[in-house]
Design a protein around this ligand. Sequence first.
Ligand code: TIU
Length: 234
Amino acid sequence: MSTGTDIMQIPANPFPFTFEVATTALVIIDMQRDFIEPGGFGETLGNNVALLAAIVPASQAVLAAWRTAGGLVVHTREAHEADLSDCPPAKRERGNPSLRIGDEGPMGRILVKGEPGNQIIAELAPLAGEIVIDKPGKGAFYATPLSSLLQQAGIKTLLFMGVTTEVCVQTSMREANDRGYDCLLLEDCTESYFPHFKAAALEMMSAQGAIVGWTAPSAPVLAALAQAAGAQPH
Ligand code: TIU
């Protein structure tokens, strides 16, 4: 098994991305029933949630390989307190959704902590000991302990997966970039309700010499992890 200190370099946009498992966290953004299944927050906003399930198998493969390599895993959930004290009225009142945050839906109260719909999908469920961040905003750093947890773990680099590409993933990656992390977004492990927004988000993040970060398919990450595992004595 890898010691986690192998320097890995993979082809990526706009140029090769370098990381080592020991100083990298896999950050999985909001793979919750509320966004991926009918009856949750995503659907109340008028979206076709069926599009998002396509990334589950590739995301499972990366998560499994990352766990085998011994890498740090961070899961996030967009989640509000039951009394909605952490939900700005502007967020709840915005637009004309069929159900608002906190309303009772078919999977429990929309986007509220602890409700069935707010859980991470079974295929990507956190294991005991993995970091789970409940976040009231779109970004994973805003009003959460993520920054200090990553610092304590000596993390310098982040691999991002999750939904939706141009909302919570992009916001979190921009927050991370401003905090000095090198960030790679896995192209086949992120999805949007709007395919053209996904394409644009990927393009704008890696443009201008990786102004926000890098993007790459999951295959080269899996290959690098497999190679590192095979190269180490068991
Ligand atoms: N609506 C939408 O595309 N996304 C969200 O509201 N939250 C996340 O992206 N997690």
